[in-house]
Design a protein around this ligand. Structure first.
Ligand SMILES: [Zn+2]
Length: 403
């Protein structure tokens, strides 16, 4: 059955494909219902009848849920399953944030929606990415190549599944407002580029895995305040915050650049690693209420916590503090060590004391009783921690809860 754009509801609604973006789903609704004009299709589905654009159409999730008769599970599920909104929220940031010093948004979802279909769906208005191996697999399996959410995330230049560089294209304004564009159906003049010409550097791989874990975890919602609090704690525990509560600029820059040296040449990571931008990053971290770009936040969280699980736990912990009013002020002076070496000694001492008291304890037990020290050692002193508390060693002696 074929419907016309002037009718209120599309007759056929495809099921979302695994990890498919909202934009991609729109394109398939358009094709499945044989709408001739993509802009009119958008006007009908999105409720933005004024502008007649495709990529930059303003998206009204309530309208879309209504015309699709609730088929996609309601507004919340549409946003959480078909867009990277959760990813940005959990990092306490927003797709439109490209420079530090912006005030944080009151409502990340409302701001995301105001950005238009392409940005809401694919994270950016015109620069989209895909994995050639995923594309082939999708064409063979589903008969269509489509946009994956995980490939569009800021800071992701590698496909974790195939451990290969993503491809990217920058779509010209006119082209993206006229038609739906999919990875297997790019306009003839679209330029395609390898995002990561250096293969798959280890830190790029780690960032891609970290980002994917954030996207796929349904368990927790972050807030700008809890994320900032966690990052500040992480910096302090790494000995990078002075007793006066300021970032130790020289040490911060040296460690930051050293950790990410293997991806410093990639355009994706140029802003946070660029010499000219580093002073403003340090200054942003020194201020209260900053909102960093998602790529920078991801890099900080990966550096300071090493895994989404540990970062999430700390954000949750911070949230509890915020809710109970304990952490109104930064706690730097209480957790800051003088130098990274002081921090190392302090956390090692904590671990040694713990093992004296509980000789049969496991890594999990240490985490449960001393999460800060466990996290610090896991991130900054992994080999030493592995010697003291091998991850494979299990005794099940203790059952302690963090909260
Ligand atoms: Zn792939």
């Amino acid at each position: 059955m074929i419907t016309h754009p002037s009718s209120a509801e599309p007759a056929r609604l495809p099921k979302p494909l695994p990890d498919e973006t909202l934009y991609s789903l729109f394109a398939r609704i358009h094709w499945l219902n044989d709408y001739g004009n993509a802009r009119e299709c958008c006007a009908m589905l999105l409720g933005d009848g004024e502008r007649l654009r495709v990529a930059d159409s303003r998206f009204d999730p309530v309208h879309f849920d209504s015309v699709t008769r609730g088929f996609y599970g309601g507004v919340r599920l549409i946003l959480t399953k078909l867009t990277p909104t959760n990813f940005f929220q959990r990092l306490g940031t927003h797709p439109s944030v490209e420079i530090p010093h912006r005030l944080h948004p009151d409502d990340a979802v409302a701001l995301a929606v105001s950005n238009g279909l392409a940005t809401l769906s694919n994270g950016r208005a015109h620069l989209w990415r895909w994995c050639p191996s995923c594309l082939k697999r999708d064409q063979d399996t589903y008969g269509v190549a489509y946009w994956h959410r995980k490939h569009q995330l800021p800071g992701v230049v590698i496909c974790c599944e195939h451990q290969t560089s993503l491809l990217e294209t920058t779509l010209p304004y006119q082209a993206r407002q006229q038609e739906f564009i999919m990875p297997g159906r790019l306009p003839g003049r679209a330029r395609i580029k390898l995002v990561c010409s250096a293969g798959a550097p280890p830190t790029a791989m780690a960032l891609a895995q970290f980002a994917e874990q954030i996207l796929l975890d349904d368990a927790v919602e972050g807030s700008p305040e809890s994320v900032q609090g966690a990052l500040v704690d992480g910096l302090a525990e790494a000995g990078l915050v002075s007793r006066a509560g300021r970032i130790r600029k020289k040490a911060f820059v040296a460690e930051w650049k050293n950790l990410y040296a293997d991806i410093s040449e990639l355009t994706e990571f140029a802003p946070p690693l660029n010499e000219r931008c580093l002073p403003s990053l340090v200054e942003a971290l020194n201020q209260h209420g900053w909102l960093l770009p998602a790529t920078t936040t991801l890099m900080l969280a990966n550096w300071l916590f090493g895994s989404w699980q540990l970062f999430k736990e700390h954000c949750r912990w911070r949230k509890v503090f915020l809710l109970t009013g304990v952490a109104e002020e930064r706690q730097w002076s209480k957790v800051a060590a003088n130098t990274p070496e002081d921090a190392r000694k302090s956390h090692r001492d904590t671990c040694i004391e713990f093992l004296k008291s509980y000789p049969g304890a496991t890594r999990k037990d240490f985490w449960a009783t001393h999460p800060k020290s466990c996290r610090w050692l896991h991130t900054h002193d992994k080999e030493w921690l592995q010697r003291q508390l091998p991850t494979a060693h299990r005794s099940g002696v203790m059952q302690l809860e963090l909260f």
